[in-house]
Design a binder for this molecule. Structure first.
Ligand SMILES: *Cc1c(COP(=O)(O)O)cnc(C)c1O
Length: 346
């Protein structure tokens, strides 16, 4: 494989900066299974406060964070409503079935946003012949929809029917900070409608590992036990929590730059013959590129880009995804546009 110089495959590829590594190296630590790691405790308090929740729990991955929430909020045999292309349904290796014995009831959304009538229709009646709907899950920003933002007004409507039916809500906020920075809406404002919220530190925020799950004190007490069962309880993990704290201190506001770069890339690529960008879809740090030329497959384009040192992922046979992040500069975006143009013209 050629060496990737400009890595737009995902914002998970970011590497810890020297400053972040220094913060990690000097972190105060203790045994977190005993609740004695001061840096982990600080991170958990910090995220709980950021999201307006009573408590929070540091976990190794976003997947584990979502899976713990699902386990805590459901019983075997229940149904959970989620968007058709949501991460929990698409990218967590059937985790809801494997870990929690629940059935996902996917609802097809528009830019990742589920129509309120569709959600209402998907809620099961109280009937012994059907499973019981025990959770509604929302993804913000929505990954497969292209980093799209779930509008607050839509979340409000969802919360209304969820309350009516006494169904808890979980937010997969892996990239919630991208939504917050883009809209100017406080993360807690989004989070207040949800019983649990998962936030990733290892995406655009630039930490090498880690997610934080937050919710009520009762919920987190339960989550603590489930994290142990899932094998996610860790020891002197303040070294990693320190990276998360550093990320929250330094890498939140700069997400704006990633969003500007995504927009720049979208503008540039949209002028290339054979490519199509739905600009309404470009809302945060992702660009979904529709490759329409009959001469090309998306796999082949991705291969050609790779040979020029540019990494992107083919989502499927018509979509390629590019993700901007803190290790990609504006100049590299301009270079990417030029190279893409040459490939498509060849
Ligand atoms: C990345 C991501 C996750 C978590 O993924 P991990 O690789 O397990 O950290 C969860 N939800 C969404 C929407 C994501 O993009």
């Amino acid at each position: 494989m050629s060496k990737i110089r400009i890595d737009l495959r995902s914002d998970t590829v970011t590497k810890p900066s020297p400053e972040m590594r220094a913060a990690m190296a000097s972190a105060e630590v203790g045994d977190d299974v005993y609740g004695e790691d001061p840096t982990v405790n600080r991170l958990q308090e910090r995220v709980a406060a950021l999201l307006g929740k009573e408590a929070a729990l540091f976990v190794p991955s976003g997947t584990m964070s979502n899976q713990i929430a699902i386990k805590c909020l459901t019983q075997p045999g229940d149904e959970i409503i989620c968007e058709y292309e949501s991460h929990i349904y698409t990218y967590e290796a059937s985790g809801p079935a494997f870990n929690s014995l629940v059935m996902p009831r996917p609802v097809k959304g528009h830019y990742g946003v589920m129509a309120i009538e569709d959600v209402a229709r998907a809620i099961r009646p109280d009937n012994i012949q059907t499973g019981q709907t025990s959770l509604i899950e929302v993804e913000n920003t929505h990954n497969r929809a292209g980093g799209t933002i779930y509008p607050l007004a839509e979340i409000e409507k969802l919360a209304e029917i969820a309350n009516e039916h006494r169904i808890p809500m979980h937010l997969d906020g892996a990239r919630l900070m991208n939504a917050a920075v883009s809209t100017g809406i406080a993360p807690a404002e989004y989070a207040k409608y949800f019983d649990s919220v998962s936030l990733c530190l290892s995406k655009g925020l630039g930490a090498p590992i880690g997610s934080v799950l937050s919710g009520s004190r009762n919920f987190i007490a339960k989550a603590l036990r489930v994290r142990k069962i899932f094998g996610g309880a860790m020891r002197q993990v303040g070294i990693l929590a320190a990276a998360g704290l550093y990320a929250l201190d330094h890498n939140v506001q700069r997400l704006k730059i990633d969003h500007e770069n995504a927009w720049l890339l979208a503008q540039g690529l949209s002028e290339i013959e054979g490519l199509y960008i739905d600009k309404q879809q470009v809302q945060t740090n992702m660009v979904i590129i529709f490759a329409r030329s009959p001469r090309w497959t998306t796999e082949k384009i991705v291969q050609q880009l790779l040979e020029k040192g540019i990494g992107m992922n083919a989502v499927d046979q018509e979509r390629i995804r590019a993700v901007t992040h803190l290790d990609v500069s504006r100049d590299q975006i301009l270079e990417t546009i030029e190279i893409f143009k040459k490939i498509m013209e060849a």
